[in-house]
Design a protein around this ligand. Structure first.
Ligand code: UD1
Ligand code: UDP
Length: 379
């Protein structure tokens, strides 16, 4: 039986890999061996726990203040030793983190086929998002099977000369994860959140972490949030803040102590998706949140200059607003106080998947390894 090794290391990879791990484990065609790098720790373990995944191997690479080179070298060195012992027939990497690209390179060097989930996203700017645009392009070069979430991402791969026979349009597994999670209405661990959820107050949900936004831009985000909080006392701003101390030092000083700002630790995925569903507006620089919120009909203001996820932009539920303090204040004000502007963006659309991405992924892997055949693409 072929041995397939999913490799992941951060929160978003864990969420998007969980449906693939579940489908591989449920199949009698494969032996599924889960390896985590530990690029994230608490934020990774939180997801594995929710989805009941106990990794077979954990490289435990996290170091506070880790550099990109630390993540890359510690992952490649750890995986190279592991591959020699575990001898996987294929590895699955997800997205564009440094864990995923290091996993792809380490496998390629050992002659192990690389399956790339969420392949073909492109912002067409090598420095934004940094280093993710470069990471995803590097992984494309060494992958044997490219699992594109949408036809747009497939078109990007074709434009770069990838063989159409090696591309499958699966939809994004984040929608599989979302659909199995969001309806459960799990209780919030934080009593303040539970009380807020039961109140009639409007919620502005905020997340930020992107490397290219750290520093001045993120301090500007903090100042914008403080101004919005002062101008809209009835609004609650909720910010589950990333574990990265660099993010906390930049964004928190301006908003600390404000009565209508609630800063929490990273929320478990079930709680976070419930919070998106309860929110009025989402303000974020996250990739995954840009994919989830549109299917829940929430307007998303994206604090970035560009996006590799143009589908929801085209549908009108997502707007790129950058990180300029004045612009953030103006755009949030418009959505809060102009019902026409709000209704134009509050559309439930599902451009990223139909909940069957993991089934298509596993069928495509089965065909690659000669134990099955693909099923029809996500349209
Ligand atoms: C990483 C990914 C990014 C992804 C993001 C998701 C890279 C280069 N970046 O960025 O693509 O969007 O994850 O969140 O792969 N930390 C903890 N505990 C945790 C997680 C992080 O303490 O559970 C702290 C550590 O001090 C660490 C810092 O956060 O040094 C940054 O983590 P890192 O994985 O290097 O970068 P992210 O910004 O999280
Ligand atoms: N998320 C979560 N808890 C939180 C914040 C986010 O579970 O407190 C989830 C969110 O639903 C999405 C993913 O984490 O699926 C996004 O992770 P992040 O923004 O860190 O990374 P990105 O998607 O930008 O790579």
């Amino acid at each position: 039986m072929p041995v397939v090794m999913p490799i992941y290391g951060t929160r978003p990879e864990a969420i998007k890999m969980a449906p693939i791990v579940a489908a591989l484990s449920a199949s009698s065609d494969f032996d599924c061996i889960v390896t985590v790098t530990g690029q994230h720790r608490e934020m990774l373990d939180q997801v594995n726990e929710l989805f009941g995944i106990v990794p077979d191997h954990d490289l435990d690479i996290l170091q506070p203040g880790q550099s990109l080179a630390d993540i890359l070298t510690r992952t490649i060195n750890g995986l190279d030793k592991l591959f020699a012992a575990a001898k996987p027939d294929a590895v699955v990497v997800q997205g564009d983190t440094t864990t995923s690209t290091a996993g792809a390179i380490a496998a390629f060097y050992r002659g192990i086929p690389v399956i790339h989930a969420e392949a073909g996203l492109r912002s067409h700017n090598l420095f934004s998002p940094f280093p993710e645009e470069a990471n995803r392009k590097i992984t494309t070069q060494v992958a044997s099977l490219h699992l594109a979430p949408t036809s747009t991402s497939k078109a990007n791969l074709l434009a770069e000369g990838v063989n159409p026979r090696d591309i499958v349009v699966t939809g994004n597994t984040v929608i599989d994860a979302l659909l199995t999670t969001v309806g459960k209405e799990v209780p919030f661990t934080d009593p303040q959140l539970e009380e807020l959820a039961g109140s009639g107050r409007r919620i502005l949900l905020v997340t930020t972490h992107r490397r290219e936004n750290q520093g001045n831009a993120m301090r500007g985000v903090g100042r914008a949030l403080a101004r919005i909080a002062d101008a809209e006392p009835e609004l609650m701003i909720v910010m589950p803040v990333h574990k990265n101390p660099v993010v906390r030092e930049a964004v928190l000083p301006a908003i600390e102590g404000k009565a209508n700002v609630l800063v929490t630790e990273p929320l478990a995925y079930g709680e976070f998706t419930r919070l998106i569903a309860r929110a009025h507006i989402v303000l974020t620089d996250s990739g995954g949140v840009q994919e989830e919120a549109p299917s829940l009909g929430k307007p998303v203001l994206v604090m970035r200059e560009n996006t590799e996820r143009p589908e929801a932009l085209a549908a009108g539920t997502v707007k790129l607003i950058g990180t300029d303090e004045e612009r953030i204040v103006t755009e949030v004000d418009s959505l809060l106080n102009d019902p026409v502007a709000y209704d134009a963006m509050a559309l439930a659309v599902n451009p990223y998947g139909d909940g069957k991405a993991a089934a298509r992924t596993v069928a495509a892997i089965a065909q690659l390894l000669g134990v099955g055949t693909r099923i029809s693409d996500f349209d």
